[in-house]
Design a protein around this ligand. Structure first.
Ligand code: FAD
Length: 480
């Protein structure tokens, strides 16, 4: 086909993948829930090549699917099963750390850099790039930007949006926007970078970024706590907030169903406290001062929590190995859940003070639909983002005749519970294709109208990642 031949001329044979076996890892999502063919995948090495590829796609009227590490949890990065087959533009060859400026506390990178590589490069320069998530060994910074990824550091450092100062983007007409500013202040009209952050490949392809760096903590202390329930966890959070202020860098909530899945499914993981039942909190304090001071603060807050009967057990990591082991339990949840069965993952956020009410109300609503179904809860409690997951073994799921209907009902029940508390159905994973129906249901018509206008302005031919983020007209409905 002429287009593929043109790609070969432009990029060389090795950078154009057409065989099914070469495309396999790119056409199926991380959880194996979505799979559809692509026309081909191309692997450009620089921004000019990305722009040339886009111009060819436009010339041929072929959809464009930007892909990073393909770790999307909402079907954002793999081909749609309807319409024309897309060209996957994978940025795996664009992995250059372009520069680091430790005085300005910034770093300029290619969008294909893997998040962990960025963290390591920042640390080698004595700085911190604070976005951290379970997929950091494979997700790319371009994907993080496109999804406005959150993770475990949001409580202190904000989302990806808060850590990006500038962007370079290939636009849907094949032109290049150089917005690679390394400025903290730049009030020059509409801030375009914020439109691209969280746009999930529907407005352009991020090819480069200037990231904000932070002081590298020199002192860290992590504790794993056993609590009776989310209410107690919330009170413990209050104690830490009162004593630690910005030194509180993570506060994660996990229920016993989730801990058990990790212990059962991921070799080498151990529960840090003796009792698995009940609820668990992983809390981290970090600072640039000395370890003793921060350890003293941790100790004092935990003693107070014990006195108040808010925690029943707690272990403070006494070595770097123990600290890492605790985080490994937390970061293994997605892998464990994928191996164990079918989790109807949600990505809700509610005001932090409403987390216990949300969990109680969502549990009650889901149990009306499927009495007794196990609920897995894991979340970034410190910022109100809870993954509330009705969980089925593979056998139970396969045996259920009306599973699609049940899944829809459960999603609706959970998202309604969040909406009733003025929360959201997508906190950090994005919309992808999984949640376009929720967009139709929960977004005000005026918001959707403005979003469609933005899409039209950037991508009038609608070739960029079609079917993602914005609902098609027939999905429009209003909350009941
Ligand atoms: P992809 O999955 O490849 O793409 C995601 C979306 O971005 C797609 O719409 C794609 O078209 C678009 N895109 C990708 N690259 C570009 C680009 N350069 N320009 C324009 N658009 C682009 N997410 C969180 O927020 N917090 C978590 O704690 C978290 N934990 C996770 C744990 C595991 C084990 C897994 C598998 C996923 C987790 N995720 C989490 C979800 C996922 O890792 C993030 O959404 C991540 O930001 C996606 O990056 P990626 O490079 O894999 O992007």
């Amino acid at each position: 086909m002429a287009l593929i031949e043109a790609f070969r001329q432009l990029l060389g044979d090795g950078a154009v993948l057409t065989r099914e076996e070469d495309l396999a890892g790119l056409t199926e999502d991380w959880r194996g829930r979505y799979r559809a063919p692509a026309l081909c995948a191309v692997l450009p090495s620089n921004t000019a090549q990305v722009a040339a590829v886009v111009r060819l796609c436009v010339e041929h009227g072929v959809p464009v699917l930007p892909q990073g590490g393909n770790t999307s949890l909402c079907g954002g990065a793999t081909p749609a099963d309807q319409g024309k087959r897309p060209v996957i533009i994978a940025l795996t060859r664009m992995r250059r750390i372009r520069s680091i400026d430790p005085v300005n506390n910034t770093m300029e990178v290619d969008a294909g850099c893997v998040l962990a590589t960025i963290q390591e490069a920042a640390a080698a320069a004595g700085r911190l790039y604070p976005v951290s998530l379970g997929a950091e060994g494979s997700c790319q910074i371009g994907g993080n930007i496109a999804t406005n990824a959150g993770g475990t550091g949001v409580l202190r450092y904000g989302n990806t949006r808060d850590n990006v100062l500038g962007l370079e983007v290939v636009l849907p007409d094949g032109s290049i926007w150089d917005g690679l500013y390394a400025l903290r202040k730049n009030n020059t009209g509409y801030d375009l970078k914020h439109l691209f952050i969280g746009s999930e490949g529907t407005l352009g392809i991020v090819t480069g970024a200037v990231l904000k760096l932070h002081p590298l903590p020199t002192a860290e202390t992590v504790a794993w706590l056993a609590v009776d329930g989310p209410e107690q966890a919330l009170e413990v959070l209050g104690l830490f907030q009162a004593s630690c202020n910005s030194r509180l860098s993570a506060f994660e909530l996990i229920n016993s169903n989730q801990v058990r899945l990790v212990l059962e499914q991921v070799p080498g993981r151990r529960c840090p406290v003796a009792r698995v039942d009940g609820w668990h909190v992983l809390v981290e304090l970090s600072d640039t001062g000395d370890t003793q001071a921060i350890a003293g603060t941790m100790q004092a807050v935990l003693e107070r929590a014990l006195e108040l009967g808010l925690i029943s057990d707690g272990v403070v990591a006494s070595s770097e190995a123990q600290r890492k082991a605790m985080w490994l339990v937390r970061h293994s949840v997605s892998e464990a859940n994928k191996k164990a069965g079918v989790g109807l993952t949600s990505d809700t956020a509610v005001p932090v003070s409403a987390v216990p009410a949300f969990i109680a109300q969502a549990t009650a609503a889901v149990h009306v639909i499927a009495p007794g179904v196990p609920i897995v809860v894991v979340g970034h409690m410190g910022d109100g983002n809870i993954h509330f997951i009705p969980f089925f073994s593979f056998a139970a799921w396969e045996a259920m005749a009306n599973r699609a209907e049940v899944a829809d009902q459960m999603r609706r029940a959970i998202d309604d519970a969040a909406a009733a508390l003025r929360g959201t159905f997508s906190a950090e994973h994005g919309i992808g294709r999984t949640l376009t129906g929720e967009m139709a249901r929960y977004k005000a018509p005026v918001e959707l109208r403005l979003m469609r206008a933005v899409k039209q302005a950037f991508d009038p031919s609608g070739l960029f990642n079609p079917g993602r983020v914005l609902p098609v007209a027939r999905e429009a409905s209003s909350p009941s």
